[in-house]
Write a protein that binds this ligand. Structure first.
Ligand SMILES: Cc1cc2nc3c(=O)[nH]c(=O)nc-3n(C[C@H](O)[C@H](O)[C@H](O)COP(=O)(O)O)c2cc1C
Length: 166
């Protein structure tokens, strides 16, 4: 099979965040898609090894910050290459609180989600969640995964579902 076929799929870049054990934490994801509109249901794939996986399992509630082309790439790196087990990522990335959950300050929109179901694979859990609130924060273009790779020259770690060994 030609693995480059997977590079033709399109995504955005997001920060998923929870409050767990009195601390805000979360990780960078690209794997979010809308499943239905009424009720509004989304799906999200999270690696079993990520601390965010534990947090979603325990709290069943999370925010999604939709990053824009002008969002600071520092958030993508901090949330995507470090673990909430070892550091408090929200200590260095500015955020606001929406529905008791953190939302990245320079995101262009956010969603508040409640877990409704899940499907397990050998490495990732696909979470199915209902969007119970959300808002648009500005009119800047949302960041695509292609923009992240080609303009920002960002990389993806092994835990990202799209990871391809170079
Ligand atoms: C651009 C990008 C996209 C990513 N997409 C996902 C994803 O969709 N699902 C996932 O589980 N991890 C994804 N990751 C990896 C996690 O963000 C990374 O493993 C993070 O360090 C986990 O942090 P945690 O242990 O605090 O949860 C992505 C990382 C980057 C940089």
């Amino acid at each position: 099979m030609n693995n480059n076929v997977f590079k033709k799929l399109s995504y955005g870049v997001y920060i998923v965040a929870c409050e767990y054990n009195g601390k805000y934490t979360g990780c960078t994801v690209n794997s979010i898609m809308q499943i239905t509109s009424d009720p509004a249901i989304i799906a999200l794939s999270v690696n079993h090894e990520n601390y965010t996986h534990v947090c979603i399992e325990e709290t069943k509630k999370f925010s999604i910050s939709i990053l824009s082309e002008q969002s600071n790439p520092l958030a993508i790196g901090t949330f995507g290459f470090r673990s909430g087990r070892d550091c408090n990522k929200f200590d260095i990335i500015p955020y606001d609180i929406k529905n008791s959950l953190p939302v990245i300050k320079d995101a262009c929109a956010y969603l508040i989600c409640e877990l409704k179901g899940k499907i397990d694979t050998h490495s990732h859990t696909v979470y199915i969640a209902e969007v119970i609130d959300g808002d648009v924060l500005n009119d800047i273009k949302p960041m695509t995964y292609e923009y992240y790779h080609n303009v920002i020259k960002g990389k993806s770690p092994k835990t990202a579902p799209t990871y391809i060994k170079e």
